[in-house]
Write a protein that binds this ligand. Sequence first.
Ligand code: FES
Length: 137
Amino acid sequence: FCCGPEPFMRAVREALAGLGYDMSRYHQESFTAEPWHAEDVPEDVIPDEQNHAEIAFALSGVTTRCSETDTILAAAKAAGLVIPSGCSMGICGTCKVRKTEGQVHMVHNGGITDEDVDEGFILACCSKPLGRVAVEA
Ligand code: FES
C-alpha cells in the first residue's frame, strides 16, 4: 500500500517493478489536490514579480532577498537552507514554520489549520512574502 505525492508513488512503482515485485499486489491511494485557480487569489494581495521581498530566517541567522512571487521554501533552498518539505502543494503540512514578522500570501490545500494560522504558522511551500518577512527556520 502506497500513498503520497505522485512523483513519490511513481518512484515506488518503478523501484518495485525493477525488483520484480508482483505488481498485482501493489495498491495506492492518490494524493492530489485541485490546481490553484486565479479566482482563488484574493484581489487585494496578489504578489508581483517586480516587487522585491526580504526573508529573515531567524534560527539560521540568514537573510535573503527574492521576488514576491517566490515561495518561502524556494527562497530558503536558494539560500542553502533546508526547511523539511513533502508535497510542495500545501497538503501535507511538513513545511509548517512560524512567521514572526511581516505578511505572506498563502494559498494552501488544507495542510494547515485555522488554529495554526492564528498562532502565526504558515506553510513555506505555498507562502509568498509581501515585503519583509521573518520566520523561525
Ligand atoms: S511541503 Fe507539504 S504542505 Fe508544504
